[in-house]
Design a protein around this ligand. Structure first.
Ligand code: DC
Length: 218
């Protein structure tokens, strides 16, 4: 059985932290697929392009793929701000952009690399489109006010200015775009286990997920 864990959920749901912790605990390789869309958006914005335009977004994909061959572009700190997050959500609406990123994600899932026991991918469509056969699918959610507070704390800890109202509005807009789009909308796979992280700390999240991983993989 392929050891793949698919983790989906909205922005600031805690899926990224959980994925990293789970990957460490299980010795699985981890791919943050949001970073791919962020990196495409970054390429588009760097060239002054419009992230809602297919031609510009596809040029961003091409540029990313060229750079990925020799650079660790996905670890760029500049990808982590909310301007890039918003632009990423816009390029992610375009089906041809999603298509261009599918092979990369599937091959990571199927061959995570020497020394790893399996693969964890986190994103929006992992359980529904990228790895529909993953033996374990988790859908991490939390109420939008709590997610906005988490995001605000994170921004403040980086010394960035952000009001709760603005972060909450951005979060609602991003949720609506990610869930309302035609191409691979954010939604739990039918066989996903839903975990509400609103009242759970990092350690409790990991413990819960490890219990499911044990059931799935023994
Ligand atoms: O998880 P994140 O905030 O880094 O993702 C940024 C955007 O990328 C998100 O708003 C929607 C898009 N995305 C996607 O459409 N599909 C994925 N598998 C991952 C991210």
């Amino acid at each position: 059985m392929k050891k793949i864990i698919a983790i989906d959920g909205p922005a600031a749901s805690g899926k990224g932290t959980l994925s990293r912790n789970l990957a460490d605990a299980l010795n699985f390789a981890h791919m943050d697929t949001g970073a791919l869309y962020r990196a495409v958006a970054y390429e588009v914005l760097q060239t002054g392009g419009d992230p809602t335009q297919e031609t510009a977004a596809l040029a961003g994909c091409k540029s990313l793929q060229d750079k990925m061959a020799h650079d660790d572009v996905l670890s760029n700190d500049a990808l982590r701000n909310d301007t890039i997050g918003e632009a990423a959500s816009k390029v992610a609406v375009i089906q041809s952009v999603r298509d261009a990123l599918i092979a990369l994600q599937k091959s990571f899932a199927n061959a995570p690399g020497e020394g790893f026991s399996g693969a964890i991918l986190d994103g929006r469509d992992i359980g529904t489109v990228i790895c529909p056969d993953a033996p374990l699918k988790l859908y991490i959610t939390a109420n939008v006010e709590i997610r906005a507070k988490r995001r605000m704390k994170e921004l403040h800890s980086k010394g960035l200015d952000a009001t709760y109202k603005a972060v909450l509005e951005d979060m609602r807009a991003r949720d609506a775009r990610d869930s309302g789009r035609k191409a691979a909308p954010l939604r739990p796979a039918e066989d996903a286990i839903i975990i509400d992280s609103s009242d759970l700390g990092e350690a409790q999240m990991l413990e819960t997920a490890l219990t499911y991983a044990k059931k799935a993989f023994g």
